[in-house]
Design a binder for this molecule. Structure first.
Ligand code: GLU
Length: 428
């Protein structure tokens, strides 16, 4: 069997959909590889005085529809294959929500949890210096991704403006509100996913009060989603972070969990210190400690993977009990799992649709940066809802018409829009 990498997993759906759309060899060629791949080593001085090098990537997949757009992740396992797949997914994603961007992604192979604030700043500034000729508001506009945040975006913008002697608020998105950010960007990914879920449940006449949700990942998107769902009457039965999580059939309280995560650094921190948990207290409160793998197989109606990729695979797909999967993480489901889940009748809202709220509000931030306008929170929320629901409708229509899964339909919508732009530009 060929090795499975994030990129081969992306290509599997791509190939199925290109066949369905009957793309010509010339059109296909544009999806075979990224337009540009930049990789280099960046060097920083550690607090100890020692110099350290890190691998850094920026991969620009396609810019037929506008400047390359996509986050930068800091992760010990960030590598070219992964960043390439994520850049490709971004190209489809921006096309699915029909915003005027292409797709790109960046990464630094480092463990941010082992870096001090000063070292993190040094890495972020070094990254911008290394990529300076390839980024900018009209060229390629980065943003946060796994383990990167508004503070990092601010250092990056500052470094870019210093190096280029310009005022460039639109060169990067996901910035802090105090330095060119947009209202609603921090909650955008979860907000967008929430709008789609609500619409879907409405259409299927499902009442939130009777729906149980398990969420893997308690970072920005996962934690915000837990709050939205809890406040809308859903029962959040389980949440987890990289160290595991908690499960209660009666529901857990996201506010309380957030508090303990803040205090102890882990979701299960109210009951556990590292891997040692106070079983007696857990029993008393009716909660159980679960690993990340166990969380995916819990009895629930809606499963939300909101952490890393490739967590739902051929190994565990048969054991998944949810009827709906909302992919807030990028690439959480392997193609083999997709097939198994489809046969079981599980409905999957794919990443390129479910988590597109983040890049959509990034677009609003970019527009504000270029025009000098400041949008109200209400305007951001209304526009986001409109764009997400339009995208959802397009995907649904396509799925119905072409007898496709939602993932295939989302790819079809995105690929068609990209091909149309390439034709319009005379590339084909
Ligand atoms: N990293 C996010 C994503 O995967 C946001 C990208 C952006 O805002 O450009 O969609």
């Amino acid at each position: 069997m060929p090795v499975s990498t994030p990129y081969t997993r992306f290509q599997k759906t791509l190939e199925e959909v290109m066949q369905k759309l009957k793309l010509t060899p010339k059109e296909r060629a544009f999806f075979a590889k990224p337009q540009n791949t930049y990789k280099t080593e960046i060097h920083i001085k550690r607090d100890s005085g020692k110099e350290q090098a890190f691998q850094a990537f920026r991969i620009q997949f396609n810019n037929a529809r506008g400047p390359f757009k996509g986050g930068i992740r800091y992760h010990p396992e960030a590598n070219e294959e992964e960043v390439k797949a994520l850049a490709a997914l971004m190209s489809i994603k921006t096309a699915v929500v029909n915003i005027p961007f292409g797709g790109g992604k960046g990464g630094v192979q480092c463990n941010p949890k082992e870096l001090s604030r000063k070292e993190l700043e040094a890495v972020s500034r070094a990254y911008v210096r290394a990529m300076i000729r390839h980024i900018g508001a009209d060229i390629d506009c980065p943003a946060p991704d796994v383990n990167t945040n508004p503070a990092i975006m601010a250092w990056m913008r500052d470094e870019f403006e210093k190096q280029t002697h310009t005022y460039s608020p639109a060169m990067i998105t996901g910035k802090p509100l105090s330095y060119g950010g947009s209202l609603g960007r921090d909650t955008a990914t979860a907000r967008g996913a929430f709008f789609i879920l609500q619409e879907m449940m409405d259409r299927e006449a499902r009442d939130p009060e009777e729906l149980k949700v398990a969420i893997q990942g308690f970072g920005n998107a996962g934690a915000t989603m837990a709050h939205f769902l809890h406040n809308a009457g859903y029962t959040v039965v389980a949440v987890s972070d990289s160290q595991g999580g908690v499960y209660s059939p009666e529901g857990v309280d996201p506010v309380r969990i957030e508090k303990y995560k803040h205090k102890t650094g882990q979701v299960a921190g109210e009951y556990c210190k590292g891997s040692v948990c106070d079983i007696k207290r857990m029993k008393l409160d009716g909660v159980r400690h679960v690993t990340n793998e166990q969380l995916l197989e819990l009895p629930c109606d809606i499963l939300i993977p909101a952490a890393l990729d490739n967590v739902i695979t051929a190994k565990n797909a048969r054991k998944i009990r949810a009827k709906y999967i909302l992919e807030i993480a990028n690439g959480p489901t392997s193609p083999e799992a997709d097939t198994i889940l489809e046969k079981k009748g599980v409905k999957i809202v794919p990443d390129v649709l479910a988590n597109a709220g983040g890049v959509t509000v990034s677009y609003f931030e970019w527009v504000q940066g270029r025009s000098g306008e400041l949008w109200t929170a209400e305007r951001v929320d209304n526009e986001l809802r409109r764009i997400m629901l339009d995208a959802y409708k397009s995907v649904q229509r396509e799925a119905h018409r072409g007898n496709m899964t939602y993932r295939q339909a989302a790819f079809a919508v995105g690929i068609r829009r990209m091909v149309d732009a390439m034709h319009a530009r005379g590339w084909l």
